[in-house]
Design a protein around this ligand. Structure first.
Ligand code: HEC
Length: 108
């Protein structure tokens, strides 16, 4: 009985892992082209858009988690209304929260 329970527990954690949103992979796929893997913005797009170095604590302190959430969810625009960062597609609010948490880990 005990063994069956352990098996069940490990099986369910496997399922969770398989379906869990992977913030790190998403960062690499959707965000790193502008922000760079390490968040430094040291990419062609990053330079073009003059994106801040988000591995820097001061840059990270310039916005709240709520603002980061909004920026990811809705995207950002410049003063003339031109899109700078596109709004994400197909992410739940929980996924976006995971992205904010991941973004904070870029701070060195
Ligand atoms: C097309 C390039 C581009 C992509 C792709 C991109 N960003 Fe950004 N991001 C920017 C720019 C530019 C800024 C700076 C804000 C501004 O100047 O409008 C920014 C700023 C941010 C900020 C700070 C927001 C604030 O309030 O200052 C966060 C957080 C962020 N990005 C997260 C992400 C995440 C997560 C992804 C991937 C899902 C992503 N970005 C993909 C261009 C991009």
């Amino acid at each position: 009985m005990k063994r069956a329970l352990i098996l069940l527990a490990s099986l369910s954690s496997l399922t969770v892992a398989a379906y869990a949103f992977d913030a790190s992979a998403t960062w690499g796929e959707q965000c790193a082209k502008c922000h760079g893997k390490d968040g430094k913005g040291d990419t062609k797009m990053g330079k073009k858009l003059s994106i801040k170095d988000y591995s820097d604590a001061t840059a990270q302190a310039a916005f709240t988690d709520d603002e980061a959430f909004k920026a990811i969810k809705e995207g950002t625009k410049d003063k003339t209304g031109k899109v700078r960062m596109k709004a994400v597609e197909g992410m739940s609010d929980a996924d976006i929260k995971a992205m904010v948490t991941y973004f904070r880990t870029l701070k060195k």
